[in-house]
Design a protein around this ligand. Sequence first.
Ligand SMILES: [Zn+2]
Length: 419
Amino acid sequence: MSSSELPAPTVLMARLRRDLEHVAGYGATASGGVSRTSFSGADRQVRAWLADECEQAGLALRTDGIGNVFMRLEAPGAPAGAPPVWAGSHLDSVPEGGRFDGALGSLAALEVLRRLAEEHVPLRRPVEAVVFADEEGNYHHLLGSTAVARGFAPNELGELRGRDGDQLVDALQAMGWDVGAATRTAVRPGDVHAYVELHIEQGSVLESAGARIGVVTAIVGMGGGHLEFRGRQDHAGTTPMPLRRDALRGAADLLVRLPEVARSVSENAVVTCGILHVEPGGANVVPGLARLQLDFRDPDRERILELEEAIVVAARDVADRHNLKVSYTRESITDPVPLNPRMQDLVATVAASQGMQTLRLPSGAGHDAQNVARLAPTGMIFVPSVEGRSHSPAELSTWEDIEAGANVLLAMVHALATD
Ligand SMILES: [Zn+2]
């Protein structure tokens, strides 16, 4: 019997649960959530804890120049320099975030390494549990995995600032790291055998379909831009309603139309205005300016551009109806990233062999996997989020679903490290 025919061990759920509950204490907030932003005190604490856990498990731990952590299980007898299998996620959170976003994939990957080590599973290549730095983009969207996928030039790194206006290079220095090393983090394609990320869905598609395991097909592309409606600032008491050129009225009209705009482009398209800025901002002044910050997403790049166009067309129509001027400024377009079809099939096969109901779906959120996909065949496993809540203290997944997801991750890593 070859090693690949041996059944994969399963995770020790009590230990994984203990780890998830313990790590939720680093940066715990009064509301029951977690504020563990990158390079904060809570981030330092969780890094120190990881180092202890690795020591106890006999795993080597290395931190690169941008703060990505690599925990390594060697494969005795594998040729020197054999590309490792990666499994991982991130341990930073948004401010007032939840306990599972990133922590699940990171701690499950650590558990996978422990189980492979404890069971002395013969491996053909090393396995690394990777914790990417600053996934939530305090300094840069998907900072750590971007640093791995393409690296940062010194001048680009020097310009990055955090939510509080502090410089990334200062934060790295304060962590005790060599800032020069932060420009030497890129990994060559081919130096990684494959990457698997287990993550909570952060939406409600799996829950409503009654599926326990999500097979992620692609990570959606994303557009960002802002619309500005300009009308005329007037007295709130003396300007009759029909004579007003109220910029906020135009913005409101557009917001009401956005669901139809999205539906006209594709069933997966979403548009959000999360920031609305009104000028001059007086209770007794008709608004002269309204600026809407827009985020729009779709799994298909052409659809993202169509969606942007449809939003602008609707905004022009609204401007005509309310006698306003409108301008649109695109800020960014990020391409969707389809995930490797063989990795998708592996998630589906492994989950089915464990008796799990699966569903294929795109990820509406960005993930480190979209960067690693440039280097190696990449797959993502989703588990349901209760009521789809995420980036909130209300974020929750059941222990049964977590155990199922972690066991799919373990079996996938086992298969990839022994094939
Ligand atoms: Zn995440």
